[in-house]
Design a protein around this ligand. Structure first.
Ligand SMILES: CC(=O)N[C@H]1[C@@H](OP(=O)(O)O)O[C@H](CO)[C@@H](O)[C@@H]1O
Ligand SMILES: [Mg+2]
Length: 580
C-alpha cells in the first residue's frame, strides 16, 4: 500500500476518528515491497456497537439507554473488544527489562497488543510520535520481543517501563483498570491525538505481532504508520525525525540511507585524496534484517566501500552460529563466512544495533575487535580532531563492567580520556554520555555510539580507518585485551543476587562477594563479577586474568560459588571446555 498522494506527497495514516492533528506534517514515504500496511481495523461489522475503534460511544438519539464511557474519551468498549482478541495467559509474569520484553513468541500476543495501547498513552502524554519495535535482537528465532521508543529516539523513560510491566502482567479482567490507572497517574490528556510508528525484524512471528500492536493502537483511537521491516536503529531514527519536523533527517528509509551515506562519502573523499584504494569489508548479517537493509543501502556508498554480505538470511537461521553475539561470546568466527587472512570482517546482531569486528592474522589466529576497541578508535579520533582545531570540548567514554580492563587502562593512561562505568544496558550508558559535550559509549559486545546502530557504526569505523590509513591489525594493536570469559549460571530466582557499584559488586546473597574476592586473589591481573541478566533467566559471570586458562578457571570457580550460594538449579557448572 502506498502512502503517497497523486503528487507524490506523503500522507500520514489516519484512524477513523481522526479530526484534526496536532502533529507536524510527517514525511512518510513508503515505497517498495517492504512498506507496511497503512492501517488496519476490524471489519466494520466487528466494531463494537458499530462504532469505529477509538470513536467515543455515541449517546443514543432516540429512546434507549445512553452509552457513556467511564473515562471521558477512552472507549472502553473498543479496548475490551480488541483485548478479547489478545488474551493474556493467566499467571504469566514478564518484566520490561534492558531490552523491553523478550520471551518465547507463543507468550507474547497480549504483550504486543498492550504495548500498542501503552504507546498511545505515551504519545498523548508527550504530544509526540512514539515508536514500537518488534524484535528479540540476538535471541533465537523462536523468541520475540517488543520495546517502545521515546520521542527523541531514546529508550522508554524508566517510570513508563514500570507501567509497561504492570500493564503486561495485569490479568485479563484487570487490564482496563490498570490502563486507566496509568492514564490518571501520568495525567494523560485523552483528547490529545496519538501517533505511533511501528517497525519489525525478520522473525517468522514478527509480522503477526505488528498486527497485534496495531490492534492496540487502534483500540485506543491512535493513528499509526507501520514501516514494516526495519532495523531497530532505523525505527529510532524515524521516531526522532518525526518529532523534530524533519530537522534530524527525513523520516523515510531513503532519508536514512542518504543521511548516513552522504556523511560517509564526505569523510572518505578526503581519505581517497591520500591515495587509498576503495575499501572492502566482509559483513556477517546474522541472517537478519541487517542483510536486507545493507543490501538496499550499499549502492549509496559503494564508491567508497564495497561490502560482501554473508549470512544474509537466504539459507541459515537467524542468529544461529553467527552474528555479533555469537562471535563475541564464543570468540570465534561465525559459520558461513569465508574469511581471508588479514581481511577486515564484522558481524551485526539480529536487529542490527550491535557490531563487532575481527580478522584472521597471517598465522590463522582469530582476533576479535569488540565494542571497547571501537570506542577507543572513535574517541581517540575525536580527541585528535579537537586538538587539531583547538576546540576545548569535554569528551568522555562510557563503559560497563564488561569492558576489558586493558581498554580502560589504555583510555585513561595513554589517551588521557576520562572513563566512566555504568550499569549494563544502552540506556544507562546513554544517560551518562549526555553529561559530556562529546560522549562516546559502547558496551563490550558492540552496542554503542549515539543510536547503537551497526550500520552507522560500521561506516564511521570505515571512515576513520580510511582517514588515518590504519589497517585492521594496527587498530587491533592499540592495546592487548586481557583474556576473559563469560559464563551463565541457572538459579531458581536470579533476583536473589543484587549488586552495587555499577554492578561490579554483589550485595546479596550474603557472603557471595567475599567468596568472589577470595577467588580473584588467586590470579594475576584478575577481576570478576556476577549479575542477574536483564534479558535471560540466568546469572551472568564475568572473569578476566593474565591468561586464558586463568580467566577460564576463575570464571568456573565463581560460577560454582554462585551455584552454591544463590540457589543454583540443574547441573553444577562444568569446567570451561575448548569450544565454549
Ligand atoms: C553481557 C551482555 O552482553 N549483556 C547484554 C544483554 O543484557 P543482560 O542484562 O546481560 O542480559 O542484553 C542487553 C540488551 O540487548 C545488552 O544491552 C547487554 O549488553
Ligand atoms: Mg540487538
Amino acid at each position: 500500500m502506498s502512502l503517497e498522494d497523486s503528487k507524490g506527497n506523503l500522507i500520514p495514516v489516519i484512524s477513523p476518528n481522526h479530526k484534526k492533528s496536532s502533529f507536524p506534517k510527517h514525511e512518510l514515504r513508503v515505497t517498495g515491497k517492504e512498506a507496511g500496511r497503512g492501517r488496519r481495523t476490524l471489519p466494520r461489522r466487528d466494531w463494537p456497537g458499530g462504532v469505529a475503534p477509538g470513536r467515543k460511544p455515541r449517546k443514543a438519539t432516540s429512546a434507549g439507554s445512553e452509552t457513556v464511557s467511564l473515562v471521558p474519551d477512552m472507549d472502553l468498549d473498543a479496548v475490551t473488544k480488541y483485548s478479547a482478541l489478545h488474551i493474556k495467559p493467566s499467571g504469566l509474569i514478564l518484566q520490561y527489562g534492558t531490552a523491553g520484553f523478550r520471551a518465547k513468541a507463543e507468550h507474547l500476543d497480549h504483550v504486543m497488543f498492550r504495548m500498542g495501547l501503552l504507546a498511545v498513552l505515551r504519545s498523548k502524554q508527550t504530544k509526540s510520535t512514539i515508536g514500537v519495535m518488534v524484535t528479540a535482537s540476538h535471541n533465537p528465532e523462536e523468541d520475540n520481543g517488543v520495546k517502545l521508543v521515546d520521542p527523541l529516539g531514546e529508550m522508554l523513560a524508566a517510570s513508563w517501563e514500570e507501567h509497561a510491566t504492570c500493564l503486561t502482567n495485569a490479568e485479563q479482567q484487570d487490564m482496563l483498570r490498570v490502563l486507566m490507572d496509568i492514564s490518571e497517574k501520568e495525567a494523560v490528556n485523552l483528547q490529545q491525538d496519538a501517533f505511533v510508528v511501528i517497525g519489525r525484524d525478520t522473525r517468522p512471528s514478527s509480522e503477526k505481532f505488528s498486527q497485534c500492536v496495531i490492534d492496540g493502537v487502534t483500540a485506543l483511537g491512535g493513528q499509526f504508520h507501520d514501516y514494516g521491516l526495519l532495523t531497530t536503529p532505523q525505527l529510532h531514527y524515524m521516531v526522532c525525525c518525526q518529532n523534530t519536523n524533519g530537522q534530524y533527517g527525513k523520516a523515510t528509509i531513503e532519508g536514512y540511507y542518504q543521511k548516513l551515506s552522504q556523511a560517509f562519502m564526505e569523510l572518505t573523499k578526503q581519505a581517497s585524496c591520500s591515495g587509498d584504494e576503495r575499501r572492502s569489508l566482509q559483513v556477517d548479517c546474522a541472517n537478519g534484517i541487517g542483510a536486507l537493509k545493507l543490501r538496499e543501502m550499499e549502492h549509496y556508498f559503494s564508491q567508497g566501500l564495497s561490502v560482501q554480505l554473508f549470512n544474509d538470511g537466504t539459507k541459515g537461521k537467524l542468529n544461529l552460529l553467527c552474528g555479533a553475539d555469537f562471535v563475541k561470546s564464543h570468540q570465534k568466527p561465525p559459520q558461513g563466512m569465508e574469511m581471508k587472512r588479514n581481511e577486515r570482517c564484522c558481524s551485526f546482531d539480529g536487529d542490527a544495533d550491535r557490531i563487532v569486528y575481527y580478522y584472521h592474522d597471517a598465522d590463522g589466529h582469530f582476533h576479535l575487535i569488540d565494542g571497547d576497541k571501537i570506542a577507543t578508535l572513535i574517541s581517540s579520533f575525536l580527541k585528535e580532531l579537537l586538538l587539531e582545531i583547538g576546540e576545548n570540548l569535554n569528551i568522555g567514554v562510557i563503559q560497563t563492567a564488561y569492558a576489558n580492563g586493558s581498554s580502560t587502562r589504555y583510555l585513561e593512561e595513554v589517551m588521557k580520556v576520562p572513563v566512566y562505568c555504568t550499569k549494563t544496558g544502552v540506556k544507562h550508558l546513554h544517560h551518562k554520555a549526555q553529561e559530556f559535550d562529546i560522549g562516546v559509549y559502547f558496551e563490550a559486545n558492540g552496542h554503542g555510539t549515539a543510536t547503537g546502530d551497526a550500520i552507522s557504526d560500521m561506516l564511521v569505523i570505515e571512515a576513520i580507518l580510511a582517514l588515518k590509513g590504519l589497517t585492521v591489525q594496527q587498530w587491533d594493536a592499540l592495546y592487548m585485551d586481557l583474556p576473559n570469559r563469560q559464563l551463565k549460571v541457572k538459579v531458581a530466582d536470579r533476583q536473589v543476587i543484587s549488586t552495587t557499584d555499577a554492578e561490579r559488586r554483589a550485595v546479596t546473597p550474603p557472603g557471595l562477594q567475599e567468596a568472589i574476592n577470595d577467588l580473584v586473589k588467586k590470579y594475576r591481573l584478575s577481576r570478576a563479577f556476577v549479575r542477574p541478566s536483564g534479558t535471560e533467566d540466568i546469572v551472568r559471570v564475568y572473569a578476566e586474568a593474565d591468561s586464558q586458562e586463568s580467566a577460564d578457571s576463575l570464571a568456573h570457580e565463581v560460577s560454582l560459588a554462585v551455584f552454591q550460594m544463590a540457589g543454583g538449579t540443574g547441573e553444577r557448572p562444568h569446567k570451561v571446555s575448548e569450544d565454549k
